[in-house]
Design a protein around this ligand. Structure first.
Ligand SMILES: NC(=O)c1ccc[n+]([C@@H]2O[C@H](COP(=O)([O-])OP(=O)(O)OC[C@H]3O[C@@H](n4cnc5c(N)ncnc54)[C@H](OP(=O)(O)O)[C@@H]3O)[C@@H](O)[C@H]2O)c1
Length: 407
């Protein structure tokens, strides 16, 4: 694709997260003088203002609209990789994915909307295989630290013991950060769709929902819906809001790699709230809070009320909040036969998960697709199955992530 004008185009650079990605690429391209990238969106005035704020006068601005297929076709034909931060993806993202798949343009996004990702796999996987486009969803906090965390744990299990783990547990140990208006809009849109569709509600309970053969049903572990005690983590746990997407992506990674971790591989994930009565109380409070939000988002009357109190699209945590944020997840890969040979991997991020860290992760995924010598052919991939070791190096070298292995 040497003939393409740009290595990377940031689609949605006027939004909260897209602007952070553009800011990161402006800084990163100082070390990459040959990198050709551009900002794209539907509003020229907003994009010009961002370009001026970033002191990035040499960066081109491209205009298109999510619902104008011709403008999207022209856009994707000019780039090797499109980064999309235009969401809710279920409302604004489908035509772009189809255009990338049809025209051999690599694509990465921040979608966490599992039902929409399923739909995109159904319509884009085949054309992407034919055109050579690598389509990679979930390239932010959901699901890169978890997808890559499991992959790193499995690589280490293989190197240390010559086997793969059949069961991995992910525990969110520490986290400081908040959500943007765009993320709330995506969550609410997903709950709205699910509340009107019993078949979608049923499909969402299938941990195998993103497998190449979606009819295979994997039931949800108890920690996805209840307060549970984790023996290996020595902690009470509450359901984690990102698990419905992370666990489905991890299962798809295993399947796309040819099921090296086993056909019956299981991945459980939850928030660790600590031991004792205080840990249990925190877990119960967290469950009640998440459940209350989901219920309010699912019901038409309370949904409207909820939207009045949430940040608007385009709003999100400020620089101080992003820079004072952090997270640490622990991946516990169980040895299939020896209980004293488990592998534990800490996955740490140096900024708030949703925006500071996410924008760096997403940009590095795009750089990996554009510049690294990946052997991955066209199709609909997950971050770990498409980029594995090359992405790990980029995340640790540039994006402030650390994968620390303890045996
Ligand atoms: N997975 C993660 O870890 C993670 C983290 C952060 C965000 N996200 C997801 O990323 C998405 C964006 O979040 P955000 O907070 O950045 O949202 P946002 O600030 O509302 O930005 C949305 C962007 O979409 C653009 N847009 C809307 N309709 C469009 C159309 N018809 N044509 C072209 N562009 C259009 C907006 O352009 P205008 O400026 O012209 O309105 C804006 O650039 C959401 O789906 C969110 O859930 C995921």
């Amino acid at each position: 694709m040497a003939d393409r004008e740009y290595d990377i185009v940031v689609w949605g650079a006027s939004g909260f997260t897209g602007r952070l990605v553009a800011e990161y690429l402006t800084r990163r391209s100082k070390d990459l003088p040959n990198l050709r990238w551009a900002m794209a969106g539907r509003n020229h005035t907003k994009l010009e203002q961002i370009r001026s704020d970033l002191n990035a006068d040499d960066i081109d601005i491209l205009i298109a609209d999510s619902h104008d297929t011709d403008s999207l076709t022209t856009l994707v034909q000019r780039a090797r990789v499109i980064i999309s931060t235009v969401g809710p993806y279920a409302l604004y993202g489908s035509e772009l994915v189809k255009a990338c798949a049809a025209h051999g343009t690599d694509y990465c996004d921040l979608a966490g909307e599992v039902q929409w990702i399923r739909e995109m796999i159904n319509v884009a996987d085949e054309p992407a295989r034919e055109s050579g486009a690598r389509i990679v969803h979930c390239c932010g906090f959901d699901s890169v630290p978890f997808d890559m965390g499991v992959w790193v744990a499995q690589q280490n299990m293989q190197q240390a013991h010559g086997v793969f783990s059949k069961t991995v547990t992910g525990l969110m140990r520490r986290m400081k950060g908040s959500f943007s208006g765009g993320t709330f809009a995506s969550m609410i849109n997903m709950m709205e769709e699910a509340s009107g569709s019993p078949s979608l509600r049923k499909a969402l309970t299938n941990v195998g929902m993103l497998l190449p053969e979606p009819s295979r049903y994997i039931s949800r572990p108890a920690c996805e819906s209840r307060v549970t005690w984790s023996v290996e983590g020595d902690t009470w746990t509450a359901p984690f809001v990102m698990t419905p997407i992370n666990s489905r992506i991890v299962q798809r990674t295993n399947a796309l790699l040819g099921s090296p971790w086993g056909e019956d591989f299981s991945y459980e994930e939850a928030v660790a709230t600590g031991p004792g009565i205080s840990g249990r109380t925190r877990a119960m409070a967290m469950l009640a809070g998440t459940g209350g939000f989901m219920l309010a988002a699912a019901l038409k009357t309370t949904r409207k009320l909820l939207q009045r109190f949430l940040p608007e699209p385009g709003e999100g945590p400020d620089k101080l909040a992003r820079e004072s944020g952090y997270y640490r997840a622990e991946m516990i890969a169980h040895h299939p036969t020896k209980s004293d040979a488990d592998i534990r991997v800490n996955v740490e991020g140096d900024m708030d998960p949703g925006y500071g860290s996410t924008s760096k992760i997403l940009a590095e995924c795009a750089l990996c697709l554009a510049l690294d010598d990946l052997k991955t052919p066209g199709g609909s991939w997950t971050p770990a199955s498409a980029m594995g070791a090359a992405l790990q190096t980029r995340l640790e070298t540039h994006a402030g992530l650390r994968f620390t292995v303890k045996e």
